[in-house]
Write a protein that binds this ligand. Sequence first.
Ligand code: TEU
Ligand code: CA
Length: 556
Amino acid sequence: ETTIKWWQQAVVYQVYPRSFQDTNHDGIGDIQGIIDHLDYLKQLGIDVIWLNPIYQSPNDDNGYDISDYQKIASEFGTMADFDRLLAAAHDRDLRIIMDLVVNHTSDEHAWFKQSRASRDNAYRDFYFWRAGNGEKAPNNWDSAFGGSAWQYDDKTQEYYLHIFSKKQPDLNWENPRLRQSIYDMMTWWLDKGIDGFRMDVINQISKLPGLPDGPAKPNSDYGDSRVTNGPRVHEFLKEMHQKVLSKYDIMTVGETHGVTPADALKYAGTTSQELDMVFEFQHLKLDNSQHGFGKWSTRKTPLVGLKQVINEWQTGLHGAAWNSLFWNNHDTPRAVSRFGNDTPQYRERSAKMLATCLHLLQGTPYIYQGEEIGMTNAHFKQLSDYRDIETLNAYQEIVTDQHRLSSADMMARIEANSRDNSRTPMQWNQTANAGFSDAQPWLNVNANYPTVNVEAALADHQSVWYYYQKLIALRHDYPLVTLGDFKLLLPADEAVFMYERRWQNKTWLVICNFTATTIERDLTSVLTAQPELIISNYDDDAGNKLRPYEAKVYGL
Ligand code: TEU
Ligand code: CA
């Protein structure tokens, strides 16, 4: 008998609160807006909600700069509202996990205010303070959001480290008092009854001692050991597990850029006593620029490379750790625009194909809000339409300051990759502002909301929404989806993603055409005489013919 942990059979739905539902007419989503849609999420069939940060924050980076971990941001509501949300979710058997952002705080957090007050303050060592190197910063590191990773502070005439914006100073995990303060805060939330944490850039909490120079950007994307997977990270996470996590029946998922399957076995192996799973990003970096522009590229992800990465994660973790499965989140373009085809002709078909491909894998799937109706990239053309600090800083640096790209070229790259693509307001119906708010939203609604919205999706039984509902139910109904092993077929095929899942004496075959053309593949060798069609995004089966973005799953 295999025992399945609840989070292994669960489907998680990510809510970006700022863009989900506004209820008090300020153009910003709020906690009441989430409460109002719990029945909607229940109907979809998901089990767990992951909330992006809702803590008090000056919002330099949309809540990832926290000034008080134990207060709710006033634009989202109050702690009483949060308590009502948690109770209302639990009433419906929905769990809630919170974002935990403990690699850095806001510079407006009380700890940092103390820390910057004097060199001998008791909180000084909660952060990284260093003397300059002559007139220069302590080392050559660049921040992930552009410019130096060091900010000079007049008051005490030293620099502090910030891997992200200068309003996000990095916490110094070498300090045991800092660690205990974090554990106390986590315990406080868990005692409230929350069901776990998504841990922001958690593999960056241990920095390489000496903070040595190297390539200017300590690129966490590819596991630069100066900031990523550092020497004490596993020690810290084991301590956190022992002192906090092990005491609760919760789920934890670490956001870990720059990890390989071998790293994941350390962070989230069945016996590692650290985390339950990690988000890997190898599958989301295959379209990065090959010319030093990082994520700012208009390349398409090559299917063969994508299959290879997914194959390594599926087989490398099987029986030894647990995968998280996702195509998109609040930092990425929309899945259908990036991996599918967001033209009216193919939007729904390709959204269903991508969903099939992901939801039949082994692991815990994460649905990003709006994905279930096939929401697309924003396709904003003006820089003034964007709000995201990463986007605005990148334009400033690459175009305005360094003249490395023309404005038009950079705007095309921003259109394809800006984090605001996934942050536009949720499209509920065809009324003004897509029913998200009756005030001007903090970020414009996608122009396609009159056709792409929840109300329209719920009225159409062929919609992407009902297809997601069916996929979620398959996971809940068939242990094979949770437990089966994975075998990639046709690894070199540039158009078709085909794999088998096998459990006990059952085999399912998943076939996905990633292109807009009809192609033929000889399926006779892999199909039994009477295969059962379990789910498909076409109404009929054309056998060896695979139509544009066709997806089908057979039980053999
Ligand atoms: O993202 C981590 C991170 O490394 C980002 O810089 C990511 O690479 C980038 O968004 C991709 O373009 C996490 C959060 O998910 C993100 O929203 C925060 O801005 C960041 O941490 C800092 O807290
Ligand atoms: Ca509001």
